[in-house]
Design a protein. Structure first.
Lengths: 183, 489
């Protein structure tokens, strides 16, 4: 857990908003927020997405509080400015690059996924069976660590390409390659 | 062998070996250090490449906190035999993942990187440590450290030493072989030259020559100069020897001449004493007879005795006159002036005819141009020759005496010819020696000094005299007045 915390601090440092990190260990939510932001570095969206900002959307109530906002503030990935957006309804998903459908959006999960279907949006969730429901990346808890699994079929449906580097550290990779995962 | 006494070929050989060994050692050192440096540079360059690859492959693992994945990436460095260990360090300085080839091999401690550098290396004895900053999406993701062994450097040094030693050995052998050739080319001629010089100085044999060198180089110049020097020395040596021999021969010749002159002088004094003694005895005898006649008052033919007495004293006076002439012929200073020989001979002939008017002798005297001579001495010489001819024709009822000259090879040969008694040509060499008479005193009177005097006078004029004769066929006396050299001058 300590390592994850350090990582988070590192991410915070490079984000330019260096704050004296709290002494306590980072929460599972903090780690997930950092991952959510970092996924953007290992994903290639189709050219059609244009030059607009990379928007990290959190469906429903934001479980990360100010964390994502602090992480993305002033940051750029591949020349795209980063923004955070809170979505109450599935209608706004069109502007999103990364969509997190957390536990707080329970019930609306299917609606958000349906709204994002076919669009170049990376969908992430910590809900179990998220991949089975057509999600792309699903956080899983392995011992003390936050890990994630990937569904490549879903990715290809959304025309989103995940880098092999990302797949390398995924707990499991399903679809397309048919493998059970790297680990 | 002391270095000073080594022969040139040995020196050349050692020079070759030392030079080639030095060159080889320097070359090996240069190559070795070049290789060492380039090896390190290549190692560091390959380590940087490895670090870049490992770094790029570890970004996701570091981003998503997967040390295992990072460790797997680091394992790939195991394919490089030099790499001892590798470490991924996060931005806060803590170790994220590590790789160790073997727990037994100590890895060097990690050193913080200088700010602003993407790569940095430290060479620490047997290890080189390389650090590489991993940058992803413009952000620093961490640092990868790779430690590699420099063991191979030592191994290379050993290989180099082995190769250098081998090549050095081959070079030594090659040097020896080349030296053998060089000895033929350079040293051998010089050794031969030195041997020749030694032989010359030891045996004093200047006819020895150094063998010529086929190549036109300094050695051949040296050999030629040496031979040239020998030629000159030999010439001088020969000349010196010849001079010494000539000197010796001359000394012997002179000694023999002196001895002969001495003997002649002794014989001469003896003969003079003896010949003077003859008439003196006669005078004493006559005086004794006259004394006897006077004491006993005997009658006797005093007139005859007195006549014999007078004859004896005349003989003695004549001998003394001749001796004086001979002496004068040797000692009187020459006073050359033009002399008319024809006139002198004519005068002598007239005197003779007047003295013995009863004899029928015909004189044939050629008209000759004047000649440079001492008149007094030449008169004595001609007087002797003409009187000789007169004397030795006295037994013939009629005679002819001829005086003339012919020119032969630029030289004037004078002659006095008679048709008288002549003489045996075998006695020719006794003719001009004093007191040597070819005829008995009873046959022809004379002192035996006349022709000796003539010869001496002509010799003093630079001329010579010789005779041609046969018994009862007359005699011809030839003479010259100047030496051939002065005549031609």
């Amino acid at each position: 857990m300590r390592r994850a915390y350090l990582l988070l601090v590192a991410a915070a440092c490079v984000a330019g908003s260096i704050t004296n990190a709290p002494a306590q260990e980072p929460s599972r939510d903090d780690v997930q927020a950092a991952y959510l932001y970092n996924f953007g570095k290992f994903v290639r969206w189709p050219e059609s997405r244009g030059f607009g900002p990379m928007v990290v959307c959190v469906a429903g109530q934001d479980p990360f509080g100010q964390t994502i906002g602090k992480l993305v503030d002033g940051e750029q990935i591949d020349g795209h400015r980063l923004e955070e957006r809170n979505l109450d309804r599935p209608e706004g998903v069109g502007a999103c690059s990364i969509l997190f459908v957390g536990a707080t959006a329970r019930g609306q999960e299917a609606g958000f996924l349906a709204a994002a279907e076919g669009k170049p949006i990376l969908t992430v969730s910590d809900a179990p069976d998220f991949l089975a429901h057509g999600g792309m990346i699903q956080f899983v808890q392995v011992e003390d660590h936050v890990r994630f699994s990937v569904n490549l079929d879903a990715c290809s449906r959304h025309s989103v390409a995940l880098s092999s580097e990302l797949l390398k550290v995924a707990v499991a990779v399903t679809g397309k390659s048919g493998t059970g995962g790297a680990k | 062998m002391k270095p000073g006494s080594r022969s040139i070929s040995a020196k050349l050989m050692w020079m070759n070996v030392v030079v080639s060994a030095t060159v080889l050692v320097l070359a090996v050192l240069a190559f070795f250090f070049y290789d060492l440096i380039s090896f390190r540079q290549n190692l560091i360059r390959s380590l940087i490449t490895s670090a870049q690859i490992v770094g790029a492959n570890s970004v996701s693992a570091m981003t998503f906190d997967d040390p295992q994945s990072a460790a797997t990436t680091l394992q790939a460095l195991g394919s490089s035999p030099d790499v001892v260990s590798a470490t991924l360090v996060t931005n806060d300085g803590s170790t994220f993942a590590e790789y160790h080839r073997s727990p037994n091999i100590a890895a060097p401690p990690l050193t913080p990187m200088d700010a602003g550098r993407s790569d940095q290396d430290w060479v620490n004895g047997s290890h080189v440590l390389l650090a590489h900053r991993i940058v992803f999406q413009g952000k620093l993701a961490g640092v990868v450290y790779i430690a590699a062994e420099l063991n191979e450097t030592g191994q290379r040094a050993r290989q180099y030493l082995l190769i250098a030693g081998g090549v050095l050995l081959i070079c030594m052998v090659a040097g020896l072989l080349i030296s053998a050739t060089a000895r033929k080319l350079v040293a051998q001629p010089m050794v031969a030259l030195a041997e020749t010089a030694r032989q010359v100085s030891r045996e004093r044999d200047y006819s020895v020559r150094a063998a010529p060198h086929p190549d036109k180089d300094e050695i051949s110049v040296l050999i030629e100069a040496f031979n040239e020097m020998l030629v000159q020395i030999q010439e001088r040596d020969t000349a010196l020897n010849r001079g010494r021999e000539q000197l010796e021969a001359r000394v012997q010749e002179r000694t023999a001449a002196l001895r002969a002159a001495n003997r002649e002088l002794e014989a001469f004094s003896y003969t003079v004493a003896h010949d003077l003694r003859g008439p003196l005895d006669a005078v004493q005898g006559m005086v004794y007879i006259l004394e006897g006649l006077e004491r006993e008052k005997k009658a006797g033919d005093r007139a005859e005795i007195l006549d014999q007495l007078r004859q004896a004293t005349r003989n003695m006076a004549s001998l003394i006159d001749d001796l004086l002439n001979l002496s004068r012929a040797s000692t009187t200073a020459l006073k050359r002036k033009p002399v008319d020989l024809t006139a002198i001979v004519t005068q002598i002939a007239d005197d003779l005819k007047r003295g013995e008017p009863e004899r029928r002798v015909e004189f044939m005297i050629a008209q000759l141009p004047p000649v440079e001579a001492d008149e007094g001495l030449i008169r004595v010489a001609l007087d002797n020759l003409i009187r000789n001819a007169w004397k030795y024709t006295s037994r013939h009822p009629a005679a002819c005496i001829e005086f003339g000259a012919i020119s032969r090879r630029g030289e004037i040969l004078y002659y006095v010819r008679d048709d008288g008694a002549g003489f045996d040509p075998k006695l020719n060499d006794q003719l001009f020696q004093p007191f040597h008479r070819l005829h008995s005193r009873s046959e022809f009177s004379g002192t035996g000094i006349g022709l000796a005097t003539v010869q001496r006078i002509l010799a003093r004029h630079g001329g010579r005299i010789w005779a041609e004769a046969a018994v009862e066929k007359g005699a011809t006396f030839w003479f010259t007045l100047k030496s051939e050299a002065s005549a031609s001058a």
